[in-house]
Design a protein. Structure first.
Length: 316
DNA sequence: TAGGCCATCTGGTCCT
DNA sequence: AGGACCAGATGGCCTA
């Protein structure tokens, strides 16, 4: 096994001042003292009472029974101390894990500070997201938005499905979860229901379009069905043929990379999700004007939604 | 009130 | 010996 990452232990007092511990709320601090540590406090009280009983013969006279015994032997104290240190390390470790999970929450679709995805749903959504992106890249064409969302929601709980749909400004009523936990569509929603005409400020791209015109609907169902004919993320991993490697992520930029190819970051910005930072544009969310969000499938060359719009939906 | 989610404690195991 | 990791147990909080 490789070298493990080691979080240096700091004593509990120092921990409270450490950067790590700064994320502790007071409530959490209080909670961390509940349970066994409180029990220990109670134990100490009990010990004190025992000691007092030892010293009281019942008649109010104090008996001296030789040197007062230590409450715990040195070994016992040492074991106790080591246990507390281990607990503190474990807390730190779990906080690190939670920090990482929080980072993951921020990069999967549907991030909300107020309505956080649970841990398990975050992991499921992330897995679906990776799978959907991989499928997109391996297919070499832009996916259907609906199929993409369907993939994202695969195996998620109904509330999370609703949340994702809501984040994507889809009508959650169009999603149903069958008994297998798979997402299906009860009916085919109208385009307008799925893609309400976005506010002008939602998109910088819209400013370059004729913002007075609603987006033209197009038949995306055919493409989503064919797109989703492939295996589900539950049953298989994306298939990569030939010399292709699985999609690589360079600073959040996903790409399929041939083994002998240099990574062209500019080209990969085509697939940039939120982190393609185009110099001079001032926003990490912006991509080059020519690039399209992977979801932005326009089989008939009819752009209907920009990455900015979708990102706004994701992070709204 | 039941169930889901979470933080924490704890003891065991593995590794250095 | 000591640290990292893991899984089970426990109790608190929140919501339907």
């Amino acid at each position: 096994m490789g070298t493990m990452l080691t979080v240096p232990f700091e004593d509990p007092d120092m921990m409270r001042e450490s950067q790590f511990a700064s994320s502790f709320s007071r409530q959490e601090d209080a909670r961390s003292l509940t349970g066994a540590e409180l029990k220990e406090t109670e134990d100490d009280t009990t010990d004190r009472e025992d000691d007092e009983r030892d010293e009281d013969d019942g008649g109010g006279l104090l008996k001296k029974k030789g040197p007062r015994k230590k409450k715990f032997s040195d070994g016992h104290e040492r074991v106790k101390m080591r246990r507390q240190e281990a607990n503190a390390r474990e807390r730190s470790r779990m906080h690190g894990l939670n920090d990482a999970l929080e980072s993951l929450r921020k990069v999967v679709p549907c991030y909300s500070k107020t309505q956080k995805l649970s841990k398990i749903e975050t992991l499921r959504l992330a897995k679906n997201y990776i799978w959907a992106l991989s499928e997109t890249l391996s297919a070499g064409k832009r996916p259907d938005l609906l199929a993409f969302v369907q993939t994202l929601c695969k195996g998620l709980s109904q509330p999370t499905t609703n949340l994702v749909a809501g984040c994507l400004q889809l009508n959650a009523r169009n999603f149903l979860t069958d008994q297998n936990g798979d997402v299906s569509f009860s009916n085919r929603p109208s385009y307008d229901a799925l893609y309400p005409y976005p506010n002008a400020e939602m998109s910088t791209h819209s400013a370059t379009r004729d913002s007075a015109k609603p987006f033209r609907p197009y038949n995306y169902y055919a493409s989503y069905e064919s797109y989703y004919d492939s295996a589900s993320p539950e049953s298989a991993s994306p298939h990569f043929d030939g010399q292709m490697s699985p999609p690589m992520n360079y600073n959040g930029i996903f790409s399929l990379k041939k083994h002998d190819e240099q990574v062209d970051y500019n080209k990969n910005c085509h697939y940039g999700m939120r982190y393609c930072n185009v110099p001079g544009r001032g926003s990490v969310y912006r991509v080059s004007p020519d690039s399209h969000f992977p979801y932005d499938l326009h089989p008939r060359g009819q752009p209907f939604q920009s990455q900015d719009e979708l990102n706004t939906g994701f992070h709204n």
